[in-house]
Design a protein around this ligand. Structure first.
Ligand code: F6P
Length: 474
């Protein structure tokens, strides 16, 4: 297949686009512009079966401790489950999950209606998420994506880096009286987050007074003792559990800042989109399962074509932070070189993920994708809402595939083409659709990890740097 020409595959099969397209919920995956035939597909689906992907899916939804190195279940899917779903029954303490969501709903409503106010009686309109990694990227990405759903008068801000400049700039434009800080940290020990939280606390105490802290800080965390120490009052804290990984935590109380901006109805619609993809993932056969297929195509290029990286190009500015979100999801999950049985992996694992909103990409790095020497498979993500963006996106996919190789062209004008891409398209970027899109990639990453035999839910590789930084500071 490495020798195959994509345009030949198209000319051999007139209905190729139709044949190599798959629908799940509101998403359509057109994977026709890949080096695949029906028999490649069958063999890849066979690979998934051979690696026991169906059993692994069952194990995750059954609440088994599939995060072996941390001896934990992986149940972010339970956060978006309904009472009738089997995963809800397989989740210890599911009633606690629903209690927290109910508490979040009441809190969010009270902030919006003004029942919960700042210490001086002003309405709380500026929400600042303080967190990093999974405690930042999810709320930031989704709040940007759902900009049209923001409650009137509400504004979202975020602080993550530790050098202090984000908060310095932000506090210049904020009014402490109408600002609420959401400290989002699963562990409540992450140095960047704790440092920024302490600075924000000092700013509030300075602008208002020490008592104001309890009106202007809420927290989402699993660490109640640390929330006590910080002075977060019990009705302003929202718990979650160790069986939710940081990069999978958006659906939990870690999404509180987002819920405060868009309201709980919209937050729940994102969850219900995620659940819709879960249902497809659990029920569709390997060859017709969108997350499985996306994972297999990833593996095909990574392990059989030697592509070390993949570009994610959303053709809407609203998904500007989606590539960054996927970087953590995929690279923290799949950046592993040891298998779950402790042995070294014998093939490449996680690809380097990078990307940018499409038109910006065209005018910066697309040159390399079109005429460079490297092989970079692309995922285009395309809502149908802008004709112009659609035309550009489809043109890029075609240019990558067909290229231009006319005999009379100067060498520097030749585009070899034959460069593959997926296109994930949908009508409109609604909260439901966004939930489906996020869950699609979550499950894609999970399936890749199963096939490689790695633990996709730990992240020991980031610990060493944290320790060394600590040692330098002490
Ligand atoms: O250091 C990596 C990491 O542990 C991520 O996995 C996580 O999303 C991030 O740090 C933030 O952790 P916490 O939510 O505990 O502050």
């Amino acid at each position: 297949m490495r020798e195959s020409r994509l345009c030949d595959l198209f000319s051999k099969s007139k209905k190729r686009e139709e044949k190599f397209s798959l629908e799940a919920g509101d998403l359509t995956l057109d994977y026709s512009k890949n080096h695949l035939t029906t028999s490649t597909n069958k063999m890849l689906a066979q690979l998934a079966r051979q690696a026991d992907v169906p059993a692994a899916i069952e194990a995750m939804f059954a609440g088994e401790k599939i995060n072996k190195t941390e001896d934990r279940s992986v149940l972010h899917v339970a956060l978006r489950a309904k009472i009738a779903d089997s995963v809800a029954h397989n989740t210890p303490g599911i009633t606690e999950v629903w209690k927290v969501l109910t508490k979040m709903e009441a809190f969010v409503d009270d902030v919006h209606s003004g029942v919960i106010k700042g210490s001086t009686g002003k309405k709380l309109t500026d929400i600042v998420n303080i967190g990093i990694g999974g405690s930042d990227l999810g709320p930031v990405m989704v709040s940007k994506a759902l900009r049209t759903y923001w409650k009137e008068g509400m504004r979202f801000h975020s602080v993550s880096n530790v050098d202090g400049t984000q908060l310095e700039d932000l506090t210049k434009e904020l009014d402490a009286e109408s600002t609420m800080f959401v400290i989002c940290s699963k562990t409540f020990t992450t140095q960047e987050t704790m440092t920024n939280a302490a600075t924000a606390r000092a700013w509030v105490a300075d602008c208002l007074d020490e008592v104001a802290v309890q009106y202007h800080f809420v927290a989402a965390s699993t660490n109640h003792e640390a929330m006590d120490d910080f002075g977060i009052r019990t009705d302003f804290r929202f718990g979650f559990w160790d069986w939710i990984g940081g990069r999978y935590s958006l659906w939990s109380a870690a999404g509180l800042s987002l819920a405060l901006i868009v309201g709980m109805d919209v937050f729940k619609a994102v969850q219900s989109g995620g659940r819709r993809m879960d249902q497809h993932f659990c029920n569709a056969a390997m060859g017709e399962n969108m997350p499985v297929l996306l994972a297999l195509i990833g593996i095909w290029y990574n392990n059989f074509f030697g592509a070390g990286n993949q570009a994610i190009l959303p053709y809407t500015h609203r998904l500007e932070r989606f590539p960054a979100y996927l970087q953590q999801l995929q690279m923290e999950s799949s950046g592993k070189s040891v298998r779950m049985d402790g042995k070294p992996v014998r093939c490449d694992t996680g690809m380097i993920i990078w990307g940018e909103a499409g038109n910006n990409a065209q005018h910066s790095f697309m040159q390399l994708l079109h005429q460079g020497t490297r092989f970079v498979p692309v995922d285009f993500i395309l809502p149908a809402s802008s004709d112009l963006a659609t035309a550009h996106c489809r043109a890029q996919a075609e240019a990558l595939m067909y290229g231009t190789t006319d005999d009379d062209l100067e060498p520097h004008c030749i585009h070899d083409g034959n460069r593959p891409s997926n296109m994930i398209h949908f009508d409109e970027l609604t909260p439901e659709v966004l939930g489906q899109l996020i869950a699609l990639y979550e499950h894609k990453v999970f399936v890749e990890g199963i096939i490689w035999g790695i633990d996709s839910f730990d992240q020991w590789g980031v610990e060493l740097g944290k320790k060394l930084a600590q040692a330098r500071l002490s």
